[in-house]
Design a protein around this ligand. Structure first.
Ligand SMILES: CC(C)(COP(=O)(O)OP(=O)(O)OC[C@H]1O[C@@H](n2cnc3c(N)ncnc32)[C@H](O)[C@@H]1OP(=O)(O)O)[C@@H](O)C(=O)NCCC(=O)NCCS
Length: 172
């Protein structure tokens, strides 16, 4: 099972999006290490120059229900990850999940995060997630625009951080 599909981005680029696999751990570390410091900080909201082996395992060896992630890669090299979108359900509120999206710097602005979020949302609805919650730097215009386009409501700012939630449409 890896639910793979080819997607044409707003830029015209064709990418492949599939569920993450255990075997992506090393590649995830490589892709993260290549990101700019600003992007790394924007993702984790703290200085994280590298993903440790245990973090990489945590982010890839997942159950695909409580914790789901999709990666994007070019159609001809499925081991070269250029973006990741994930949700992790809250143990205390399992119909809600924390959302996180990261795109390789070279791919920014082409519509990749928009495409990843669409695929992840489809999966979330299918497994019963009703709401995404997200936290980001308050000056992270790209993710704010992405999430507002996806319907982010109750946006609040506290110091350097912003947060909000997206109600997911139930499956027809
Ligand atoms: C946030 C991020 C995932 C967006 O990825 P992306 O593939 O460039 O996004 P898209 O091309 O799909 O664009 C999404 C929206 O952001 C806007 N956008 C993209 N880059 C932008 C920029 N540099 N400044 C302002 N807006 C920007 C797009 O215009 C689009 O807006 P729209 O929905 O109103 O049309 C990417 O910048 C990133 O990986 N940043 C580092 C990690 C991070 O911040 N993650 C979010 C916290 S979990």
């Amino acid at each position: 099972m890896d639910d793979a599909r080819e997607v044409r981005l707003r830029s015209g680029d064709l990418v492949r999006i599939r569920q993450i696999r255990d075997s992506d751990a090393y590649e995830l570390q490589r892709a993260f290490a290549l990101m700019s410091e600003v992007s790394q900080y924007s993702r984790f909201l703290t200085g994280t120059p590298r993903l440790t082996d245990s973090q990489a395992t945590y982010f890839t060896a997942i159950d695909h229900v409580g914790h789901e992630a999709y990666v994007a890669h070019s159609p001809d090299d499925e081991t070269y990850i250029i973006g990741v979108a994930r949700f992790i359900r809250y143990a205390s509120a399992p119909d809600e999940a924390e959302l996180a999206i990261t795109v390789a710097d070279f791919w920014h602005g082409r519509g990749l995060a928009t495409a990843l979020l669409r695929v992840l949302t489809e999966r979330a609805v299918a497994v019963g997630v009703k709401r995404f919650r997200a936290e980001m730097m308050a000056d992270n215009e790209a993710v704010l625009r992405l999430l507002r386009s996806a319907g982010m409501a109750d946006e609040t700012v506290s110091g350097e951080l912003a947060s909000g939630s997206i109600e997911l449409a139930p499956a027809d």
